[in-house]
Design a protein around this ligand. Structure first.
Ligand code: KIV
Length: 272
């Protein structure tokens, strides 16, 4: 084992639970390829999510629905090759688990065998509990996802904040408890009121990771293209931009084009 590897405590589902118990916040970010995953892991990320948001930010689809299981496995295996420390969680894509629990387990087994990832994430509550239990019997950790669940966008009709009405909030609380009781190791809450997210996080012993769910949860997750400012059009209130890669990349590429056109590149030192 290399010296660098010895310095790392690999992140496992148990480590995440300990972090919640100690009140230490959990950092989570998406990644979809080897090079970015390596940077993210070396920068100290706890959890890397190979999100089905790859459908939007990598493939340019309007929703997360088109991405396939084969494509998720391709992204996940690339990410796994880039990491030493982080826990890698992979989204089960739309259509790979909603049919029945046997299908859900078969999709999960493909992800685990073919990518080397550590866990899967699934959107939904009571309606997918049987599938979650079946996956857990195979020894695969499952992360839940409630609130705004983008695979159901055509049911919701909008990406607006979820569970603002009592009935939906009560269902979310009920579902979160069911997910914990079924054995999920963590739960993502997306775009719900901060007060509701706080109630859920206090009510559960498993870590709750928020995206647009306020500060009173056990960790935060963002889509890397959004927080690095690659997308300029996506500006929800919850998003903090940590860089302006749109500006940096555009300016670098323009500079390169100009250098090629003007024959400035390559110069004498940049040739054999
Ligand atoms: O696919 C994804 O990136 C996600 C996060 C938004 C939590 O599910």
């Amino acid at each position: 084992m290399s010296i660098r590897k010895k310095e790392f405590k690999k992140i496992t589902t148990h480590v995440l639970l300990e972090m919640k118990q100690k009140g230490e916040r959990i950092s989570m970010l998406t990644a979809y390829d080897f090079s970015i995953a390596k940077l993210v892991d070396q920068a100290g990320m706890d959890v890397i999510l190979v999100g089905d948001s790859a459908s939007n930010v990598m493939a340019g689809h309007e929703t997360t629905l088109p991405i396939t299981l084969d494509q998720m496995i391709y992204h996940a295996s690339s990410v796994v090759r880039g990491i030493d420390r982080a826990l890698v969680v992979v989204d089960l894509p739309f259509g790979s688990y909603q049919g029945n629990s046997k299908e859900a387990l078969a999709s999960t087994i493909r992800i685990m065998k073919e990518s080397g990832a550590h866990a899967v994430k699934m959107e939904g509550g009571e309606e997918i509990i049987e599938s979650i239990k079946r996956i857990l019997t195979a020894g695969v950790p499952v992360m839940g996802h409630l609130g705004l669940t983008p695979q159901s966008i055509y049911k919701f009709g909008t990406y607006a904040v979820r569970a603002t009405e009592d009935e939906e909030a009560e269902k979310l609380i009920h579902d979160s408890k069911l997910l914990e009781e079924a054995g999920c190791f963590a739960l993502v809450l997306e775009k719900i009121p901060s007060k509701l997210a706080k109630r859920v996080a206090e009510n559960l012993t498993i870590p709750v990771i928020g995206i647009g769910a306020g500060p009173h949860v056990d960790g935060q997750v963002l889509v890397i293209h959004d927080m690095l400012g690659i997308n300029t059009e996506f500006k929800p209130r919850f998003l903090r931009k940590y860089a302006d890669l749109h500006g940096i990349i555009t300016s670098a590429v323009r500079h390169y084009v100009a250098d090629v056109k003007s024959r400035d590149f390559p110069n004498e030192k940049e040739q054999y």
